[in-house]
Design a protein around this ligand. Structure first.
Ligand SMILES: Nc1ncnc2c1ncn2[C@@H]1O[C@H](COP(=O)(O)OP(=O)(O)OP(=O)(O)O)[C@@H](O)[C@H]1O
Ligand SMILES: [Mg+2]
Length: 329
């Protein structure tokens, strides 16, 4: 349970996309929360439901394309599943901002950066164009951009990928949101730029007390940037805890699999491992543990789906696997 009022609280959330035959069960009882100022990671393979969780948190999934079958989702104590559109418009951008993988798609290619930044700042803050321009310059400078005036005059395609993402981060912070959701914000960038951008993101978040939900398939990024982490698989959280704890003592075989693919976690000379098999079809999930068919430790009791359970009574540290219980009994 959260220790203070969380900025984002998701409880037992299940969502499906209706389909002609079997519905796609994209989220299956997800619970997660983000406390003020925390940097929280959500990690998992492709198709594990990370983006659906992120998009739904801001109610950005196309209405009527999905059905909520259980649970709740609130942002700053407001029910996001029932909030009317006019409230959503206020929440997005003012209370919560989102950064996506490819800033080129979020920026309008035909308009200069300055024009786009000013529009956003003026819309949310109701200040004059001159004040908004000063603010845009300050925001870009905060992102360690050496010549903000020049960037304001540029079109998106004239900037490098890393520079575009810095502009997006500056924009995301422009309304001083309490929560920033970053969905694979640096996946399109090379490793060095990736690190620089994330360090800037974290520095700025710490300065402003902004909470971040960082969505990534990359455990290495989580280990470097997040206070806590949720590991997702087939639309459910299978492990959670403080990042250091999850990294050093992963409980779920899925988390262990993700970690054994990281060069920094493997003894020199040992091969990097990948998890065998494939993510099961979300329209035909097995009734038992959804990871069992790929798991080296699978046993008869995995025919029943394990629930996310506190480890050693620690409510912050949980795993959804029968294995620890087996060892304890
Ligand atoms: N509009 C939709 N209609 C049907 N299925 C969808 C829709 N949007 C997402 N899905 C399915 O929901 C599942 C979860 O998708 P999601 O995009 O959340 O995965 P992800 O964890 O973000 O993966 P990635 O790492 O590839 O971004 C996937 O199987 C996806 O195909
Ligand atoms: Mg995604």
């Amino acid at each position: 349970m959260p220790t203070c009022n969380p900025v984002l609280a998701i409880d037992n959330l299940s969502l499906e996309f209706p389909a002609y035959q079997n519905n796609v069960k994209a989220l299956n009882g997800v619970s997660l929360h983000v406390n003020p100022g925390e940097i929280v990671g959500v990690v998992g393979e492709s198709g594990s439901g990370k983006s659906v969780t992120a998009m739904l948190s801001m109610r950005l999934l196309p209405e009527r394309s999905y059905r909520i079958t259980s649970g709740s989702l609130s942002m700053l104590n407001r029910n996001m599943l029932t909030a009317p559109e006019k409230d959503l418009l206020q929440i997005r951008g003012r209370d919560c901002a989102m950064i996506f993988q490819e800033p080129m798609t979020a920026l309008n290619p035909t308009r200069r950066i300055g024009r786009q930044m000013l529009d956003v700042i003026i819309h949310h803050q109701k200040i004059s164009a001159a004040a908004a321009r000063d603010k845009a310059i300050a925001l870009l400078r905060d992102m360690h951009i050496a010549s903000p005036e020049q960037v304001l005059e540029s079109y998106p395609f004239e900037l490098s990928g890393g520079m575009r993402q810095r502009v997006m981060i500056a924009l995301a912070f422009s309304c001083e949101p309490q929560l920033l959701i970053a969905d694979e914000p640096t996946t399109a960038l090379d490793v060095t730029v990736q690190r620089q951008v994330l360090l800037l993101l974290r520095e700025k978040a710490r300065q402003k007390g902004t909470a971040i939900l960082l969505i990534t398939h990359d455990m290495a990024l989580v280990s470097q940037f997040c206070d806590r982490v949720y590991v997702m698989y087939t639309g459910a959280v299978v492990e959670q805890g403080l990042t250091d704890d999850v990294m050093s003592h992963p409980q779920h075989p899925y988390t262990q699999g993700l970690l054994s693919g990281l060069p920094e976690m493997v003894e020199p000379g040992q091969p990097l491992m990948t998890i065998p098999g494939q993510v099961p079809n979300l329209a035909r999930l097995p009734s038992g543990c959804t990871f069992a068919e790929r798991c080296a430790h699978a046993m008869p009791m995995c025919g029943e789906r394990p629930v996310l359970t506190a480890i050693h009574g620690n409510e912050q540290r949980k795993s959804a696997c029968w294995l620890p219980h087996q060892e304890l009994s």
